[in-house]
Write a protein that binds this ligand. Structure first.
Ligand code: SF4
Length: 235
């Protein structure tokens, strides 16, 4: 008998087939058609990028959106671009990733205790999804959070991911239990507890703009994931 996909695998299959945002779908396909010269011989993924990680995860990493020539090329979150080159060595050192280098979907990377998702699953022009596109993608996060029953900590990479996670908390909190947005000022290292009990850790995004300028350093980023480990009671 054919094995049924797990609920998270089934959700990922729905995400990959999603076409709610015509502007983003057209952009991803155009980037995949034209390609960057360095990747001219590589077939781009060009579709919405599924989430990736350990279904038993206690820690969620929430990014902004796939990079045009990173995840939109490789088909795996944070794989194949500068942000991933900064993220995965830190995840490896913090004990979440089996190896420090993420190259493509066949590179053998395994995550333990950690799940990687994004508030928008298609690469947006200039890395700027519209508010409507963020709203279109939000139901995927809601469903994913419902299925990830072991989650204790969410690490939000950048302000848009942070706002996306707070919007999710607002949608799913019991009436009257969610404090106002002003109770959650964004800052690197800021830490909060949501009404559900989920701990929220804010971090600057590991974009080249932040890492090349020293706004986000490796020790700062490692500290975030070591804290996430402690908050999640992972040894
Ligand atoms: S960004 Fe999200 S909602 Fe929009 S098409 Fe991609 S997967 Fe669908």
């Amino acid at each position: 008998m054919e094995e049924r996909p797990s609920p998270l695998d089934a959700l990922n299959a729905h995400i990959v087939a999603c076409d709610r945002c015509p502007r983003l779908r057209a952009h991803c396909q155009e980037v995949a058609r034209v390609r960057r010269r360095a990747y001219a011989d590589i077939e781009y993924w060009g579709r919405p990028v599924p989430s990736f990680g350990d279904p038993q995860a206690r820690v969620l990493v929430l990014g902004l959106a796939p990079g045009a020539h990173g995840s939109n090329r490789t088909g795996r979150m944070f794989t194949g671009d500068g942000s991933g080159d900064f993220l995965f060595p830190v995840l490896h050192e913090a004990g979440f990733a089996s190896q420090p280098k993420a190259v493509d979907r066949q590179d053998g990377m395994e995550l333990t205790g950690l799940w990687i998702a994004a508030v928008v699953r298609c690469a947006p022009p200039a890395n700027k999804p519209t508010p409507e596109e963020q709203r279109n993608c939000a139901p995927w996060l809601d469903e994913e959070m419902r299925l990830l029953t072991g989650l204790r900590v969410a690490v939000c990479l950048g302000r848009i991911a942070f706002d996306g996670l707070l919007a999710h908390a607002q949608r799913t909190a019991l009436p009257g239990t969610m404090p106002p947005r002003s109770a959650f000022p964004f800052g690197h290292g800021a830490e909060f507890t949501l009404p559900s009990g989920l701990r929220l850790l804010a971090s600057y995004h590991p974009s080249l703009q932040n890492t090349n300028t020293g706004k986000l350093t490796r020790p700062m980023f490692l500290d975030i994931f070591q804290r996430a480990r402690r908050l999640a009671d992972l040894s």
